[in-house]
Design a protein around this ligand. Structure first.
Ligand SMILES: NC(=O)c1ccc[n+]([C@@H]2O[C@H](COP(=O)([O-])OP(=O)(O)OC[C@H]3O[C@@H](n4cnc5c(N)ncnc54)[C@H](OP(=O)(O)O)[C@@H]3O)[C@@H](O)[C@H]2O)c1
Length: 320
C-alpha cells in the first residue's frame, strides 16, 4: 500500500521510475497539469510528444521545460480537439512520425465556458473533453497497440474531475439542443463521459494488455479557470466542499501527480477501468462531495451506450 496522498508530487511518484525508452503522448501539454506531466516524465527519461492547438504556446512550454530539464526529449504536434479534421490530421501525422506510444495522457480540457460549439457543431465541453479525446484515441490506438506488451506500457489516462459529481452523462441530449445550457451541468456531463470512456476502453482492450484509468487531479489553480469569475470560483468551492470536507488547493506538481501515478504505478499492472484521486484508486461513493466516484460513472451499460453514440457522432473507427 503506497503512502502517496493529497500532497504527493509528480517527482515523488516518479522518483524510482525509469521511463527511458517510453514514448508518452500528452494532450493539452502546453499548460498547467499537462505541461507538468510532460516535464516530470521527461525528467525520468521519457520521450514526450506534447500535443496542443497552438504552436507558439507549445514552443513556450518546451522552452520552460528545457530550462528545468535541459536534455528533455520533447516533440510537439498540433491537435485541436474541437475539430475532427485536426484530430484526424494529428493521428495521421503521429502514425507517420512515431513508431509507438506507451502512455497516452488525455489531459486537455475546457471548463464552464459560455455556450459555444466545436468546428463540427458539438457543444464545446462535451465536444472537446470527451468526443475530441474519443476520436483522437481511436487515431492513436494502432501506436498504443504497437507499444503495448512490454512492462509499463499500454496505458491510457483520461483526466476527469470530481466535477463528474455534478451530472451523469446525458445520452439523449449530449449537446444541449433540447434543454437550457448550464456550464456546470455540461462540465459534469463531459467529465462523467471521461470516466465512462475509461470503462469502455478497459472492456475492449484490457484483455489485450491496454488499460485505461480516469483521474481526478484535485483542485489546482491553472488556466482552466479562465472562464470563471471570482463569484463562480467561490460558489464552486462552496459546492464541492460543503461544510466538512476540508478542501485544500494543490500545487501544479501535486495536481499532476495522480496522472503520473495512474500511468506508471506497478500496483495497477494488469488492471484498469478505475477512477483515481490522490494517487489511489477511489471508492464508489454516491453521497460524499469530498471524493469518490459516482456509480453512474462506472456503469458498463452506460459506457456501451456512450461508446456507440460517440462513434456515431465522430465517425471514429476503433480497431477490433
Ligand atoms: N485544475 C483543476 O483544478 C482541475 C480539476 C479537475 C480536473 N481537471 C482537469 O485537468 C485537465 C487539465 O487541466 P488544467 O487544470 O491543466 O487546465 P489548463 O491549464 O487550462 O490546461 C488545459 C489544456 O487543454 C488545452 N485545450 C483546451 N481546449 C483544447 C482544444 N480544443 N484542443 C486542444 N487543446 C485544448 C489547453 O490549450 P490552450 O492553452 O490552447 O487553451 C491547455 O493546454 C483538464 O481535463 C481538466 O478538466 C483540472
Amino acid at each position: 500500500m503506497s503512502t502517496f496522498g493529497h500532497s504527493t508530487t509528480t517527482d515523488d511518484v516518479l522518483a524510482d521510475r525509469d521511463l527511458t525508452g517510453q514514448t508518452v503522448f500528452i494532450t493539452g501539454a502546453n499548460s498547467g497539469l499537462g505541461q507538468e506531466t510532460a516535464r516530470a516524465m521527461a525528467a525520468r527519461g521519457a520521450a514526450v510528444v506534447m500535443a496542443g492547438r497552438d504552436s507558439a504556446k507549445l514552443d513556450e512550454a518546451v522552452a520552460a521545460i528545457r530550462a528545468d530539464v535541459p536534455d528533455a526529449a520533447l516533440e510537439t504536434i498540433i491537435c485541436d480537439l474541437g475539430n475532427l479534421a485536426s484530430i484526424r490530421a494529428c493521428g495521421a501525422e503521429a502514425r507517420a512520425r512515431f513508431a509507438k506510444i506507451d502512455l497516452l495522457i488525455n489531459n486537455a480540457g475546457v471548463m464552464a465556458c459560455p455556450l459555444a460549439h466545436t468546428a463540427d457543431g458539438f457543444e464545446m465541453q462535451f465536444g472537446t473533453n470527451h468526443l475530441g479525446h474519443f476520436a483522437l484515441t481511436a487515431e492513436l490506438l494502432p501506436l498504443i497497440e504497437a507499444g503495448s506488451g512490454t512492462k509499463g506500457s499500454g496505458r491510457i489516462v483520461n483526466l476527469s474531475s470530481r466535477g463528474h459529481h455534478f451530472a451523469p452523462v446525458d445520452l439523449d441530449d449530449p449537446n444541449f439542443t433540447e434543454r437550457a445550457y448550464d456550464p456546470w451541468q455540461s462540465y459534469g456531463h463531459s467529465k462523467t463521459a471521461n470516466i465512462l470512456f475509461t470503462v469502455g476502453l478497459e472492456a475492449r482492450y484490457g484483455a489485450k494488455g491496454i488499460h485505461a484509468y480516469a483521474v481526478h487531479p484535485g483542485g489546482i489553480r491553472t488556466n482552466l479557470g479562465r472562464h470563471m469569475t471570482e463569484e463562480m470560483t467561490a460558489a464552486l468551492i462552496e459546492r464541492v466542499t460543503k461544510s466538512d470536507s476540508g478542501f485544500a488547493w494543490k500545487t501544479i506538481p501535486q495536481g499532476a501527480a495522480t496522472s503520473c501515478w495512474a500511468a506508471t504505478a506497478p500496483e495497477l499492472e494488469g488492471t484498469g477501468g478505475v477512477y483515481c484521486e490522490d494517487c489511489h484508486v477511489a471508492p464508489v461513493d454516491n453521497e460524499s462531495s469530498a471524493g469518490g466516484v459516482r456509480s453512474y460513472a462506472l456503469d458498463p451499460a452506460a459506457a456501451e451506450r456512450l461508446w456507440t453514440l460517440s462513434e456515431q457522432l465522430t465517425g471514429a473507427h476503433y480497431p477490433g
